[in-house]
Design a protein around this ligand. Structure first.
Ligand code: ZN
Length: 197
């Protein structure tokens, strides 16, 4: 019914996160209808990204340069090191524009169940960077999940002897959030992390 090129396009699109076969067909049709304005530029962008993007050997960020533009930007504060699980978390923090230090991407979280140990993540590199004299504060911006918290615990243990301040992101009431709608865990964390007004 449909040609092999379109079939292959749909099958590849269906492998993307959040897209099943049905939405893949819809996306394929959308692309084909906008062949010049969207499909061709997207194809070129994908080819360029596949050829040019590399992992930063310092922090684990994805960029066309190694070290990445964050690691080489001397306007950023080298005394602040923010630890995140994945590059997506780094991007989320960068979108806020609120952080002007450097990052360290772990590449996941520790998991005894799945056999993920410290050496499977970028933890040895983190311990080495945290011990450098210019680093004053290590911010653990890990997810509030079992894996994230286990990993934060392990890192704080390993850095306890180092001369750095260890901090983590606050847990609490989201901006614009209503108390009645919060889950018990979030509300408990917010109450525990209360502070002077
Ligand atoms: Zn980097």
């Amino acid at each position: 019914m449909i040609g092999p090129e379109i079939d292959r396009l749909i099958q590849l699109l269906a492998k993307l996160p959040g897209l099943g076969p049905r939405s893949a067909r819809r996306v394929a049709l959308h692309l084909i209808k906008r062949r010049d304005s969207l499909m061709a530029p997207l194809g070129a962008a994908l080819a360029e990204a596949a050829a040019g993007i590399r992992t930063c050997s310092v922090c684990g960020n994805l960029d066309s340069a190694d070290p990445c533009h964050i690691c080489t930007d001397d306007r950023r504060d080298p005394s602040l090191l923010c630890v995140v699980e994945e590059v997506g978390d780094l991007w989320a923090l960068e979108r806020t524009g609120a952080f002007k230090g450097r990052y360290h991407v772990l590449g996941g979280t520790l998991s005894a169940l799945e056999g993920v140990g410290p050496d499977d993540l970028a933890i040895p590199g983190l311990l080495e960077r945290a011990a450098r004299p210019e680093v004053r504060e290590v911010i653990l911006a890990l997810n509030a999940t079992v894996g994230g918290q286990t990993t934060a615990h392990y890192i704080s243990d390993r850095l306890a002897h180092c001369d750095v301040i260890l901090t983590r992101l606050a847990h609490g009431v989201p901006v614009g959030g209503e108390l009645d709608y919060l889950d018990d865990g979030t509300l408990t964390a917010a109450l525990r992390a209360r502070r002077n007004v």
